[in-house]
Design a protein around this ligand. Structure first.
Ligand code: HEC
Length: 136
């Protein structure tokens, strides 16, 4: 009899802890998009890491293009080679991605330095150029 009570206690304890961890998971899920702070010592899980990565920069080529470059390159302002219009690019792609990115970084005639993305990293500019090249 003594043992069966003990076993029952373990069983109840196990059920309660599963219930508690399920509830904790549900709460974590609900607060995840708002709170991405990870308390030290806590297992943050990959989902939390992804939320942090998505909200702290890491813009891809399309994001940078849309925010900084599209103003000129969608319509070909001031002779800018147009997005998805190979003929307006002429032989430019032959320069290669590095030279093209350098043009953006330093500016080229009607294009201001950094292509107006002042907080862009070299990598982000490269990805934006690649996004444009992929369109033609
Ligand atoms: C204010 C308008 C403007 C903005 C903003 C702009 N560009 Fe340009 N871009 C131009 C013009 C104009 C040219 C053509 C320059 C020339 O050859 O005379 C050009 C040329 C280029 C070229 C070809 C460079 C070469 O060496 O032939 C690339 C690549 C390019 N832009 C990428 C970008 C990217 C990426 C961004 C955003 C980060 C951007 N541009 C933002 C106006 C702009």
């Amino acid at each position: 009899m003594k043992y069966s009570k003990f076993i029952l206690l373990i069983f109840v304890g196990a059920v309660l802890s599963i219930g508690a961890s399920e509830a904790k998971k549900a709460i974590e899920k609900r607060i995840a998009p708002v709170v991405s702070v990870c308390v030290q010592g806590q297992d943050c899980g990959t989902a939390t890491v992804e939320v942090v990565a998505a909200s702290s920069g890491g813009r891809n080529g399309e994001d940078v293009y849309t925010n900084a470059c599209a103003t000129c390159h969608n319509i070909g302002l001031a002779g800018a080679p147009k997005f998805a219009d190979a003929s307006s690019w002429g032989v430019r792609p032959d320069k290669g991605i590095e030279a093209l990115t350098a043009s953006v970084k330093n500016g080229l005639n009607g294009m201001p330095a950094m292509g107006m993305c002042m907080d862009c990293s070299d990598d982000e500019l490269t990805q934006a150029v690649q996004h444009m090249l992929d369109s033609i």
